[in-house]
Each structure stands twice: as C-alpha cells, then as structure tokens.
Design a protein around this ligand. Structure first.
Ligand code: GLN
Length: 304
C-alpha cells in the first residue's frame, strides 16, 4: 500500500480549503491556535512513516491523553479498575454530569471526563509522583524524552475549569474519588496539557496496533487482552456521542481531543494521527474526521 500517495491525495483534497467548525475557546489558551493548522502522520507496524503538513508541530493533546492514563492505570491496578469505571458508551457529551446520579457515581467509561477523573484519581493514589510516572510511561513507549506538559495550558484550563471542579466533587460525594480533589484536578489538567505532534502521537499509539509492544522490542507494555480492551473502548467510546458516526465514517478505534487532534489505530497495520483545530458540534475535529474517512476509504482499511 502506497500510504504516502494516499496521504498526498487527502492533503490535496482538503489543504487550503475553507474549514467548517470552531476552535475550542472554553480553555482560553486553545483559542489562540490558528484554525488553519493541518497535518497528518501515519506510522505503520513495519516502522515506516508517512506524513504531510503541520505533522511535526506540537499541539495540546487534551482528551487523547485519556488513552495513555487508562493504559497506565490498567497496567498498575489491573481489572480492579472496572469496579470504579464502566466500559459502555455513554451516548452523552464528553463533559456531561447527568448519568452520574443514576449510576451512583460510577462513570460509564474512562473517556468521558468523569471516567478520566476517576482514572486520574487511581494514578494519584498509586504513584507518589503521578505526573512524573505518566511522562516516564510516554518516554518509554516513544523513546522520546522531550515529550512534556504545557504548564500554561494546564493553568489556563484550571482558571476556567468549573465543570471539571463540579464533576470531581460530585464523584467524591459518591465515594469514587480517594484523594484531595485539587490534587486529582491538577494531575488531570496536566495530562490534558501534554504537548505532542502528530508524528509523536502516531508513534506512541503504535503499541495499540502492535499488540502492546514497541516496534522492534520484545518488551510487552500491555498484554494482548489489555490492548483489545483499550481498542474496544476507543471504538465504542472514543468520540462520545459521535462514536457511532465515527465508526461508520472512519471505521477504526480512535480518540479525539478538543485541541483538534485525533489518533486512530488499525490493529496489526498502523497508527495514524491528524490535527486540525476547528471542532464539529460534538467536540471532534471536523477536518480530522473527514481526513480519516478519506484515508480508510482510499485504502479500504476500515475494520468494517
Ligand atoms: N481538558 C478537556 C476538558 O476536560 C478535555 C476535553 C476533550 O478533549 N474532549 O474539558
């Protein structure tokens, strides 16, 4: 498969064309990012790299980080995690509080904010320095020790983070947060502020396409069963109340973030990341989704 030819075609179809959607502004720092940024990077399991556009420029990965924290939490606490967070789609927006009341404070899945806050709490309980532990995990799976948080973005989200403050307090009232809420939020805002390029994201996500292993290494970061669980969660919950449409249009497990990034995985073939900041009404990158639709249509590599 000539991936570079296909990426060139995607770029020709969309680059420089008018963009639909709106750049996220509820985190003030994100509103400063140009709506014209556009890049894509595909990393295959034979370790080949293909790209176009702004694929080497770092951006705020936001909710894409929920896949990394979930992977780390599964690694350290195993199946106990499922006592505190579910594995079913919510069908609601990422920041919705509404189901928690009927579900006794057990979030439907780890990719809505409520679930990610519980996962953050698990990591805050387990590690004496959870921020350092998450960075170490990322450095190990990518071999790239320059990946870091953006403290300005983390502070910006904290300054306006009323919804997440409400969420974590509500979860704590049900007994599903063990730590001080400020500590959990500090970790959560930092994980969301991680700054990575499409290239770095595709590189990091290759473990989900390669059965839990970094290419060329025998070291198993995650078991095959854990990877299967994470990919199934990305497929069913990675795009919140647009997971069904993403499954149809793109047909790959994936995860979006309000910074405009999307990462998707074709098990045993590749990981691909795309970045375009304007979001559709469901909070997913409009052009990112359209670009991935073209990729899987042109390659025939939707998993459906
Ligand atoms: N940090 C963002 C928030 O909690 C992440 C949301 C997202 O990327 N969907 O609102």
């Amino acid at each position: 498969m000539d991936y570079q030819k296909i990426l060139n075609q995607v770029s020709q179809e969309f680059a420089g064309k008018p963009r639909s959607g709106k750049v996220a502004s509820y985190i003030p720092e994100l509103a400063k990012v140009s709506s014209q940024k556009y890049g894509m990077h595909l990393h295959d399991v034979n370790d080949n790299n293909y790209c176009f556009g702004d694929s080497n420029e770092r951006f705020s990965i936001q909710s894409i980080s929920k896949v990394f924290t979930l992977a780390l939490a599964m690694k350290v606490v195993g199946d106990q995690l499922w006592n505190r967070v579910g594995v079913e789609p919510s069908g609601d927006p990422f920041n919705s509080l509404s189901q928690l009341e009927n579900d006794s404070g057990i979030p439907r899945n780890p990719f809505i904010n409520a679930g990610a806050l519980v996962v953050a709490d698990v990591l805050v309980s387990y590690f004496s320095n959870p921020k350092a532990a998450l960075l170490t995990f990322l450095h190990e799976i990518t071999g790239n020790t320059s990946i870091d948080y953006d403290p300005v973005v983390a502070a910006s989200e904290k300054s306006e983070g009323y919804r997440n403050f409400a969420m974590v307090n509500y979860l704590k009232s049900f007994g599903n947060i063990e730590n001080n809420v400020e500590e959990v939020l500090d970790f959560y805002f930092h994980q969301c502020s991680l700054s990575m390029s499409c290239r770095e994201l595709a590189n990091a996500f290759i473990i989900f396409a390669n059965n839990g292993r970094v290419i060329g290494s025998e070291r198993e970061f995650l078991t095959g069963r854990q990877v299967k669980r994470i990919n199934a969660l990305m497929q069913t919950c990675g795009f919140y109340d647009e997971a069904g449409e993403f499954s149809f249009e793109v047909g790959l497990p994936g995860k979006s973030g309000v910074g405009g990034g999307i990462v998707a995985v074709h098990p045993d073939r590749f990981a691909v990341a795309v970045w375009s900041p304007p979001l559709n009404p469901k909070g997913n990158s409009a052009l990112g989704m359209a670009s991935l639709e073209r990729l899987t249509t042109l390659t025939g590599f939707s998993i459906f």
